[in-house]
Design a protein around this ligand. Structure first.
Ligand SMILES: Cc1cc2nc3c(=O)[nH]c(=O)nc-3n(C[C@H](O)[C@H](O)[C@H](O)COP(=O)(O)OP(=O)(O)OC[C@H]3O[C@@H](n4cnc5c(N)ncnc54)[C@H](O)[C@@H]3O)c2cc1C
Length: 388
């Protein structure tokens, strides 16, 4: 049994702690704030296998399979529903792009298909069909409750014996040669240390700071915190917009009906580089822009009251794909998720735990694609489609 430290108590850190505990490892999990307080509790709940490259499609096909069995495995209700994702085309050219994406997804067993606007209207009764020509529809995509999911993983991980510490910030790493030997952490103003056999950097937007603590270059894995916001309406009658609906050519604008209370969550790729890693201030520009798109997608949203607006970080790498893999002999990273870290968590956590504990994994994760050293080599991947 090895002592493994995980830095970051978002969905990636917590799910990996659970997977490592399942493999019999001795896990200590550090979260500087409260669990989920980073991007995880701010996410739009979406889960999709509709990506535009082989690596992400294959990973998400596997992740969706894990999502399907998660309630049973974690013995908890997590609000997982396969309510689908509907991408909408506004031009003939975009239809051709959709067709190419669908062909790729179908090749790996993801059952996306092109649908006409009559069918789209049946799926999303409040949809304004007029601006759109066709849709890419995968009924197996879906959504889940990030709060319930994280706490379900955490509860199970604790049952398996992990030591999970909130309000405990990692402040330093001790390195000997190419190995991390100890983690220093601060809790209640007191700094302590623990000897470790391996460390996972799961701190997402904060990951470059942790890499520096390991005496690696801050920009070895370049991650920019980008402010991504959401606005939510009062509850609408269920079934009005259950899938995530997105016309990508409209600044990646999207709507999705919250699986819990039926409010409509509205997002858009109207992003700014965050001023700092504490910059959670929602902006009026976003509110205006996102709602302008939302009422064009589904006009009845015009009559719903807005109940909430919030901001979080997309932790963006230069190609919008995460960095997943080994940085030193016993120092690993799974960070740099923009709009897809929640949906990928079941697969990434399993892969990472198996890599750390067993040296290899059964998960179809293309390690070369996500290689954290690719940026240093100047090898960018095709940009991953970002939104939730
Ligand atoms: C508005 C919005 C909508 C989104 N919608 C979706 C969606 O629909 N679907 C989807 O899949 N994804 C979505 N995402 C992205 C998703 O939320 C993230 O990719 C995912 O939550 C990343 O999880 P994580 O565990 O890697 O990071 P985080 O949840 O950010 O966790 C990292 C944690 O590390 C902690 N930490 C940092 N430094 C230290 C330290 N020194 N010591 C201890 N702890 C530390 C932080 O406090 C933080 O809690 C969305 C994101 C936003 C902002």
């Amino acid at each position: 049994m090895s002592k493994i430290a995980i830095i970051g108590g978002g969905i990636i850190g917590v799910a990996t702690a659970y997977e490592l505990a399942k493999l019999g490892e001795d896990v200590i999990l550090f979260e500087k704030n409260y669990f989920g307080s980073g991007s995880t509790f701010r996410c739009a709940t979406g889960i999709r296998a509709q990506f535009t490259d082989e690596a992400n499609v294959r990973l998400m096909k596997y992740s969706v399979k894990r999502w399907e069995g998660l309630e049973e495995e974690l013995e908890a209700e997590i609000g997982f529903t396969q309510s689908g994702y509907l991408f909408l085309a506004t031009s003939e050219e975009e239809i051709e792009t959709f067709k190419a994406n669908i062909k790729l997804q179908n090749r790996f067993g993801v059952q996306t298909r092109l649908i006409d606007m009559d069918e789209a209207k049946e799926i999303v009764p409040i949809l304004n069909t007029e601006p759109f020509l066709a849709g890419a529809w995968n009924p197996k995509d879906g959504k889940a409750n990030p709060f319930k999911t994280l706490f379900a993983y955490l509860r199970k991980a604790r049952e398996l014996g992990i030591d999970a510490r909130e309000h405990t910030e990692v402040v330093g790493l001790e390195r000997e040669g190419d190995a991390i030997t100890a983690v220093k952490f601060r809790s209640n103003g007191k700094v302590e240390g623990v000897k470790v056999d391996a460390v996972l950097n799961a701190s997402n937007a904060w990951a470059p700071r942790i890499n520096e603590m390991a005496s690696l270059k801050h920009n070895l894995v370049p991650i920019t915190p980008c402010k991504h916001q959401l606005v939510k309406t009062e509850p609408l009658e269920r079934g009005q917009a259950e899938p995530l609906v997105c016309p990508p050519s409209w600044d990646d604008a999207y709507i999705i009906q919250d699986g819990e209370d039926g409010g409509i969550i509205c997002g858009a790729g109207i992003e700014h580089k965050a001023k700092s890693l504490d910059d959670y201030e929602p902006t009026y520009d976003f509110l205006k822009g996102a709602l302008r798109y939302a009422v064009k997608i589904a006009p009845p949203i015009r009559y719903a009251h807005i109940v909430r607006q919030w901001a979080g970080f997309y932790a963006k790498t230069p190609d919008s794909n995460p960095a997943i893999g080994k940085l030193l002999d016993n120092f690993y990273i799974a960070a740099g998720f923009s709009g897809h870290g929640f949906m990928m968590a079941p697969a990434v956590a399993q892969a990472m735990a198996e890599l750390i504990s067993r040296g290899r994994s059964k998960v179809p994760l293309d390690w070369e694609w996500y290689d954290p050293y690719r940026f240093e080599r100047g090898e960018l991947r095709s940009s991953a489609f970002q939104i939730g």
